[in-house]
Design a protein around this ligand. Structure first.
Ligand SMILES: Nc1nc2c(c(=O)[nH]1)N(C=O)[C@@H](CNc1ccc(C(=O)N[C@@H](CCC(=O)O)C(=O)O)cc1)CN2
Ligand SMILES: Nc1ncnc2c1ncn2[C@@H]1O[C@H](COP(=O)(O)OP(=O)(O)OP(=O)(O)O)[C@@H](O)[C@H]1O
Length: 203
């Protein structure tokens, strides 16, 4: 339902979100598999990822690029990984938790698998060298459109304010998720780059 506060920019963002989600949902299984292999190759060639000791990633769902092959390969390389959970006390924020092949997982309220909460497993963002985040759309200026929950925008607000100087943030996306220009909101966090199956974008 639209409220009086809904602006034309928000309407444009939600229309675009809908179109881009349908576009990636239309990819067939073979296209998805090729995309995931190509994305893994591109990501492993990224110097920021090669040099990272600890990497933040996410469990993909639906038409999102499948992150499982990349997660498996990085674990085989001995990288320390962390995955997000919906923050238990800080609504709208994400908390990063240590992840290994034996970490128990459970679906969150969006049906996205996340590590079962454990205080010892919490990894502060300041300990993450490279964070790879999901997106629904991106443009060549480094703007990102997400699922609309504002989770990454809120979680990365300290990074935007210069409080996490050691962190590099890349989005992961299908090539078809690139648009000419996204409508930008004041809280949007511009990212360092986007890795697609076809190429690496740097902004
Ligand atoms: N794989 C993955 N994990 C992620 C994200 C993501 O985009 N991808 N998120 C990125 O921030 C956060 C979750 N954000 C989300 C925001 C909105 C909806 C959503 O609206 N989903 C359903 C409605 C479900 C409901 O409201 O119960 C929908 O699409 O209609 C889902 C996830 C954290 N984890
Ligand atoms: N730093 C922030 N502080 C408070 N509210 C925020 C912040 N960032 C985003 N929001 C709120 O979150 C809502 C969703 O934002 P937006 O549409 O940009 O999400 P998104 O980037 O698509 O989603 P996500 O980051 O979860 O993938 C907005 O209505 C906005 O008011």
């Amino acid at each position: 339902m639209q409220t009086q506060k809904t602006t034309s920019s928000e309407q444009a963002r939600s229309a675009l979100r809908e179109r881009l989600i349908s576009q990636r949902n239309a990819l067939n299984a073979a296209q998805q598999q090729d995309a995931a292999s190509a994305l893994t190759r591109q990501a492993l060639a990224l110097p920021e990822l090669q040099q990272a000791r600890r990497i933040g990633l996410y469990h993909s769902v639906g038409g999102e690029l499948n992150t499982a092959p990349l997660i498996d390969t990085l674990l085989e390389q001995g990288k320390q990984l962390a995955l997000p959970v919906l923050h238990p006390f800080n609504p709208g924020h994400l908390l990063m938790l240590d992840y290994s092949k034996t970490t128990p997982m459970r679906p969150n309220r969006f049906a996205i698998p996340e590590p079962v909460l454990s205080c010892q497993a919490v990894v502060p963002l300041a300990q993450i060298d490279c964070l790879l985040i999901p997106l629904v759309g991106f443009d060549p200026h480094g703007n990102r459109l997400g699922m609309g929950g504002g989770f990454y925008d809120r979680t990365l607000a300290p990074w935007l304010n210069g409080k996490l100087p050691g962190l590099t943030v890349f989005g992961l996306a299908h090539d078809c998720q690139q648009v000419e220009q996204l409508p930008v909101a004041s809280w949007d966090v511009p990212i360092n780059g986007v890795i697609t199956p076809g190429r690496i974008w740097r902004f």
